[in-house]
Design a protein around this ligand. Structure first.
Ligand code: PGA
Length: 247
C-alpha cells in the first residue's frame, strides 16, 4: 500500500502565496517517490491556481464539500466544483469542521458517501478530544465516528477512502501523540475497518495527524498501521513539507 503524505493548508494562503509555495515544493521534490502519494488540500479560492502549478505527481484536494449535486446552499461547494478545479480528493469530518462548525457524525457520513459516489477520493478524519480520552472514551468515539462516517459507503475501492486518526488534543498544539498512543488508536481503527469492510479493510490507509513535523514524521510512519500523515502547520512551508513528504 502506498503512503499518503497530505498537506492541509486550512484557511491560509492567498493565490500568490499558494502558487509560490507550490513552486518551491516543485523545486524541492522533482519526483514523488514510487512508494507514496502526495496531496495538497488548499483553500477553495486557491484550488484552480494551484492546479496550474501543482508539483509533478502531486494530487489536489478540497477541505470540505456539500453532499448535494447543486442547489440553493449559499456558501457551500459541490463535488463537481472541486473536480472542475482539478481536485481528486476531499477531506470529511476534520475536527475543526466538527467542533467549530458543528458538523454531526451524520453530516460527515453523508459527505463521505456522496463524495465517493461522485468520483472524489475521501480522507475521513476521526479523533477524540482530551476530555473524551481522559474519560476512557477513545474507542467509543472512534468506533462511532467510523460507523456513522462510513454508513452510506457501499462498495468502495481501498485506495479511494483513507482514514485520518487525529487526536484533537494534538492538532496545532505541538503535542504529538506518543508511539503507544498512535499504535493503540491505529490498531483499533484497523480492526473497525476490517469489521466494516472484510475484503478491503486491511488495505485502507490510516493516516496520523496532529503536530506532525519534519523531525518526528519518520518515527510516526515507521509504526504499524500508519500509512501516511495529514499535516497542518508544518505543511505551510515548502521547506518543512518537502522534508515530510520525502521522509
Ligand atoms: P497540525 O494540524 O499538523 O497543525 O497539528 C493537523 C490537522 O489539522 O490536520
Amino acid at each position: 500500500m502506498k503512503l499518503l503524505m497530505a498537506a492541509n493548508w486550512k484557511m491560509y494562503k492567498t493565490l500568490a502565496e499558494a502558487q509560490r509555495t507550490l513552486q518551491e515544493l516543485s523545486a524541492a521534490i522533482p519526483a514523488v517517490p514510487a512508494d507514496r502519494e502526495c496531496a495538497i488540500f488548499a483553500p477553495f479560492t486557491a484550488l484552480s491556481a494551484c492546479s496550474e502549478v501543482l508539483p509533478r505527481g502531486f494530487l489536489l484536494g478540497g477541505q470540505n464539500c456539500y453532499p448535494q449535486l447543486e442547489g440553493a446552499y449559499t456558501g457551500e461547494i459541490s463535488v463537481a466544483m472541486l473536480k472542475d478545479c482539478g481536485c481528486s480528493f476531499v477531506l470529511a469530518g476534520h475536527s475543526e469542521r466538527r467542533s467549530i462548525f458543528g458538523e454531526s457524525d451524520k453530516l460527515v457520513g453523508e459527505k463521505t458517501a456522496f463524495a465517493l459516489q461522485n468520483g472524489l477520493r475521501v480522507i475521513l478524519c476521526v479523533g477524540e478530544t482530551l476530555a473524551e480520552r481522559e474519560d476512557g472514551q477513545l474507542q467509543g468515539v472512534i468506533e462511532r465516528q467510523l460507523r456513522i462516517g462510513l454508513d452510506g459507503v457501499e462498495s468502495v475501492q481501498a485506495e479511494d477512502i483513507s482514514i485520518a486518526y487525529e487526536p484533537v488534543w494534538a492538532i496545532g498544539t505541538g503535542r504529538v501523540a506518543g508511539p503507544e498512543e498512535i499504535l493503540e488508536a491505529h490498531t483499533f481503527v484497523r480492526a473497525c475497518l476490517i469489521k466494516r469492510f472484510p475484503l478491503i479493510g486491511a488495505e485502507i490507509r490510516i493516516l496520523y495527524g496532529g503536530s506532525v513535523k519534519a523531525d518526528n514524521v519518520k518515527s510516526i510512519i515507521g509504526l504499524d498501521n500508519v500509512n501516511g500523515v495529514l499535516v497542518g502547520g508544518a505543511s505551510l512551508h515548502a521547506e518543512s513539507f518537502s522534508k515530510i513528504a520525502l521522509a
